[in-house]
Write a protein that binds this ligand. Structure first.
Ligand code: AVJ
Length: 333
């Protein structure tokens, strides 16, 4: 049996979680919606389009880095167990798997979208006789405890700058859980976008073709469909800017006029003033120093740092800190 799947996010629970998130986000100020709700079928298609935009360098640069790194990484690490958070269609994973040279490996994709997990698992299993897939359908912030115990040396993948969506407490919590999945000799491969010139960052989130604007507005359609809200997406404009002190791109939807939005299923009715915004996403940017600090906070040690020549994006390799490697405590002799 080469394929197992566990589903930890049934439709009922997901809808309940979404109702809570939307109620909390829209009834407090600044109003906000969590970025994980961008990705319905339309949103995933729009994001896929974003990854091919000339201004959106992140995906292209990360894929080139992976191609460069994969042979060495897979040869020196020789993982037999791979866990991927937010695996999507496992496009990047395929590059790593192909570089391992046929050794048996168990792959555990963790993603909220059952269809993308099932479809990509089928394709991977078909292409790769040495592969076993144990998929976990769920939210990587809530369901990591369902990742099965490692069968051997483990590599955890968290790619695509997805970690950039999490604020400092959120990423500390997540990385601490990831640390718990690792034992001596195991590694985390983390993709982060880097702090750079404002113009480059802002262009990546304000593309000329308007795809990012459509992606941003789509979250309102998602809430309309799932919760019966009556948002009019065309009554909002897209705004994305770099907040340098916080080292993050912020995406907002700006209400173009005074308007009332009703969400009867959760008993919510809100009035938006002209120019009032709904904060839909943060996309944090890192330096080597800030990434080192973030990893250290979760008990992880930055072992290697790979960037493109222009220092746009980085792949960080992190190892679990062992007791022996930690700073001596006052009680240690
Ligand atoms: C998928 C979270 C990495 O932050 O760049 C792309 C999402 N938002 N354009 C990012 C996104 C607007 C993307 N991540």
């Amino acid at each position: 049996m080469r394929y197992r799947i566990e589903v930890h996010a049934d439709t009922h629970t997901r809808l309940k979680t979404m109702a809570d998130d939307v109620r909390n986000g829209l009834s407090t100020r600044p109003r906000s919606l969590p970025p994980k709700y961008f990705y319905d079928a339309t949103g995933s298609r729009l994001f896929d389009e974003i990854t091919r935009l000339p201004e959106y360098y992140l995906t292209r640069v990360e894929e080139a880095l992976l191609d460069r790194l994969a042979p060495d990484l897979m040869r020196t690490l020789t993982p037999t167990d791979m866990v991927e958070l937010g695996s999507g269609f496992s496009v990047k994973t395929r590059r790593l798997l192909a570089a391992r040279g046929g050794t048996p490996l168990r792959y555990t994709p963790v993603d909220v979208d059952e269809t993308s997990v099932t479809d990509s698992a089928a394709r991977l299993l078909d292409e790769d006789a040495g592969l076993e897939v144990h998929a976990v359908v769920g939210d990587f912030e809530r369901h990591l405890m369902h990742v099965p115990a490692a069968g051997g040396r483990r590599l955890v993948l968290f790619l695509g700058s997805t970690i950039g969506n999490l604020d400092p407490p959120g990423r500390l919590a997540l990385l601490t859980q990831v640390r718990g999945l690792l034992r001596r000799g195991d590694r985390l491969l983390l993709g982060v976008d880097l702090v750079k010139e404002r113009a480059t960052l802002e262009a990546a989130y304000n593309d000329a073709a308007g795809v990012t604007a459509a992606f941003n507005r789509n979250v309102l359609r998602v809430v309309n469909q799932a919760l019966g809200a009556d948002f009019r997406p065309e009554a909002f404009s897209h705004r994305a800017f770099y907040n340098a002190p916080e080292a993050r791109i912020e995406m907002h939807l700006v209400s173009e006029r005074r308007q009332t939005v009703r969400i009867p299923s959760i008993g919510l009715r809100i009035q938006l003033e002209p120019a009032e915004t709904i904060w839909t996403e943060s996309s944090y940017k890192f330096t080597r120093a800030s990434a080192t600090g973030m990893l250290a906070g979760a008990g992880l040690r930055l072992e290697a740092w790979h960037t493109d020549r222009e220092q746009r994006f980085a792949l960080a390799v992190a190892a679990p800190r062992t007791r022996a490697a930690a700073a001596p405590s006052p009680r240690a002799a």
